[in-house]
Design a binder for this molecule. Structure first.
Ligand code: AP5
Length: 204
C-alpha cells in the first residue's frame, strides 16, 4: 500500500504515521525528518535547507523530489510506504506521479484553532517520539530516556508563516487528489486514537 498523509502543520501527520507504519509494517518517509537529520549532521543538504526550515518556508521542489525519488527505490519500499509531508506543492505531486502510483491520500482535516496550541506545545525526542505538554509533563522521553526539546520552527511566529505557506502552496493538493479519486478525509480534531480508527477503516 502506497499512502500519502496530507494535512496542515500540526494536523497530526507524524502522530498518525507512527501508528500506521507500526501496524502495517511499511516505512515512514518524512521529508521534514530527513531535512532535520541533515541539519543536525551538518551535511551540505542540511546547511542549504536550514534557512528554509527556520523561516517555515518550503525547501525547493527539486531538492525534496530527489530525496523521495532515491528513498522509494530502496528495497524496504517494495511492499509500500507512507509519505508524510510530501508532496507539498503541485509540482512535487506531478513529479511523484512520474515515479510511482499512489493508492490513497489521507487528508487529516483539523480545526485551525487547535494548531497553534498543538505545535507550540509539542516536545520531541531524538529517537523520534513526540509528546504534547498537556498530556506529558516530564522532560525525559518515556521510550528511550532522552532529553525532550522543542523544534526550532515550533514558535508562534514561524507557525503563522507555515500555515500561510500551507494555504497557498499545499492546500491546492486537496483538489488535485480529489480529481484523481484517491483522496479521503479524516477528522483530526479529535484524539489521536479516534483519528487512527478512521484511518484504519479506510485502509482495511
Ligand atoms: P514537517 O516536518 O513535514 O512539518 P509539518 O508539515 O509542518 O508538520 P508537523 O511535523 O509540524 O506536524 P504534524 O502534522 O506531523 O503533527 P504531529 O503529529 O507532530 O516540515 C517541516 C519543514 O520542512 C517545512 O516547513 C519545510 O521547510 C520543510 N519541508 C518538509 N517537507 C517538505 C517538502 N515536501 N517540500 C518542501 N519543504 C519541505 O502533532 C503535533 C502536536 O499535536 C504533537 O504534540 C502531538 O502530540 C499533538 N497531536 C497530534 N494529533 C493530535 C490529536 N489528534 N489530538 C491531540 N493532540 C494531537
Amino acid at each position: 500500500m502506497k499512502i500519502i498523509l496530507l494535512g496542515a502543520p500540526g494536523a497530526g501527520k507524524g502522530s498518525q504515521a507512527a501508528i500506521i507504519t507500526e501496524k502495517y509494517g511499511i516505512p515512514h518517509i518524512s521529508t521534514g525528518d530527513v531535512l532535520r537529520a541533515n541539519i543536525k549532521q551538518g551535511t551540505e543538504l542540511g546547511k542549504f535547507a536550514k534557512e528554509y526550515l527556520d523561516k517555515g518556508e518550503l525547501v525547493p521542489d527539486e531538492v525534496v523530489v530527489d530525496i523521495v525519488a532515491n528513498r522509494i527505490k530502496e528495497e524496504d519500499c517494495k511492499k509500500g510506504f507512507l509519505l508524510d509531508g510530501f508532496p507539498r506543492t503541485i509540482e512535487q505531486a506531478k513529479a511523484l506521479d512520474k515515479l510511482t502510483e499512489i493508492d490513497i491520500v489521507i487528508n487529516i482535516v483539523v480545526d485551525f484553532d487547535l494548531i497553534i496550541d498543538r505545535i507550540t506545545g509539542r516536545r520531541m525526542c531524538a529517537c523520534g517520539a513526540t509528546y504534547h505538554i498537556t498530556t506529558y509533563s516530564s522532560d525525559t522521553c518515556k521510550a528511550c530516556g532522552g532529553k525532550l526539546y522543542q523544534r526550532k520552527d515550533d514558535t508562534v511566529e514561524t507557525v503563522a508563516n507555515r500555515l500561510e505557506v500551507y494555504n497557498k502552496q499545499t492546500a491546492p493538493l486537496i483538489e488535485y487528489y480529489k480529481n484523481k479519486g484517491i483522496l479521503k478525509d479524516v477528522n483530526g480534531s479529535i484524539s489521536i486514537q479516534a483519528t487512527f480508527e478512521q484511518v484504519q477503516k479506510l485502509l482495511e
